[in-house]
Ligand binder design. Structure first.
Ligand SMILES: [Mg+2]
Length: 330
């Protein structure tokens, strides 16, 4: 088949604060495959180097190897050091593997059927007002970032937030590795006392520390613990699963977790408690990631709300475009 490659640049409404400084523009690559029958499929390469993926330059260099001609077998040649490329080129094969009745419409924020989308709340005190609009859009699961300000201040905001929202609301807390073990235990105790279900505390400690800490809190709290940064790549997911198994919830970003079919096989084999999440890819990559989530949902895996409620972080209209229209803009 033929493959064409176009880079994209997508500014955030406001720069995202990451552990590696502000992130102002999402950059990646869109792939357009056309087979001998004229059937067109789009894929996306959306690297996040500080999550352990290739850089955009490395992804570009890989794409340059294909002078428009590409065979599906070549997907297997993409090394594990290029997980975003594995995902993007894998789109050409996934279309064949997962053509199912449960196809997603590109523009929809919420996928049809029973899968629901978790919405990201504004950071800090803005969350106290910020949940309402998202609730009216139909979201029922929300994520709030913690570990940003002082512990006492955040605990006080948390107590106000859980009192302010409806009791059917489900809340996830994400510390992005910013807590100490002691602070994480304080948060878990606070979550256990909350008047509504706190679904989990995500990545309380950094990847280098959390695996040694988990045995210390095993069985102590009702609120679940999730890992995200710890399992950015497929290899890390395998390693963490071997160490702690079902003690934690796994937040997996398909767009940077490498070959989607390998990820699907892992999930079918081990049936981990998993949340599929956005890597801030465009609707093209999101569509592919959601298809993976739907395919696994159909197999009884991953009943949790998807971490894809991030379209409002971008100021453009890409979420309303078809894949063809998006491609034409690049
Ligand atoms: Mg996270």
């Amino acid at each position: 088949m033929r493959v064409e490659v176009r880079p994209y640049r997508r500014p955030f409404r406001q720069p995202l604060q990451t552990a590696h400084g502000p992130w102002a523009v999402r950059e990646g690559i869109i792939l357009r495959f056309e087979d001998e029958q004229g059937q067109v499929t789009f894929g996306e390469i959306a690297p996040i180097p500080w999550f352990g993926t290739e850089t955009l330059e490395q992804a570009r260099a890989w794409c340059d190897r294909f002078s428009r001609n590409f065979a599906l077998e070549q997907i297997d040649d993409i090394p594990d050091s290029l997980p975003a490329c594995q995902f993007g080129f894998g789109a050409a094969r996934d279309r064949v593997a997962w053509v199912s009745p449960a196809r997603f419409e590109m523009p929809s924020l919420k996928p049809p059927g029973p899968l629901s989308v978790c919405a990201l709340l504004p950071t800090g005190a803005a969350a106290l007002e910020g949940w309402q609009g998202l609730w009216e859009q139909g979201h029922r699961t929300f994520k709030w970032k913690i570990g940003v300000a002082a512990l006492a201040e955040e605990l006080s905001l948390f107590q106000q937030l859980v009192k302010a929202v409806p009791s059917e609301l489900r809340l996830r807390l994400d510390a992005n590795g910013g807590l100490t073990g002691e602070e994480a235990a304080t948060w878990l105790a606070e979550c256990d006392r909350a008047p509504l279900p706190i679904e989990f505390l995500e990545q309380p400690l950094p990847p280098a520390q959390i695996l040694d800490w988990l045995p210390q809190v095993k069985g102590q709290f009702q609120t679940a613990i999730a890992v995200d940064e710890s399992v950015a790549t497929f290899r890390q997911l395998q390693q963490v699963y071997e160490r702690v198994g079902r003690q934690v919830v796994y937040v997996v970003k398909p767009a940077i977790a490498g070959d989607s079919q390998r990820l699907a096989h892992f999930c079918l084999q081990h049936r981990p408690d998993v949340v599929f999440s956005s890597a801030l890819e465009t609707p093209i990559g999101r569509h592919q990631a959601l298809r993976l989530a739907q395919a696994l949902w159909n197999q009884g895996i991953s009943k949790r709300a998807l971490g894809f409620g991030v379209e409002h972080w971008f100021a453009d209209d890409w979420a309303t475009l078809s894949a063809e229209a998006l491609w034409a803009q690049l």
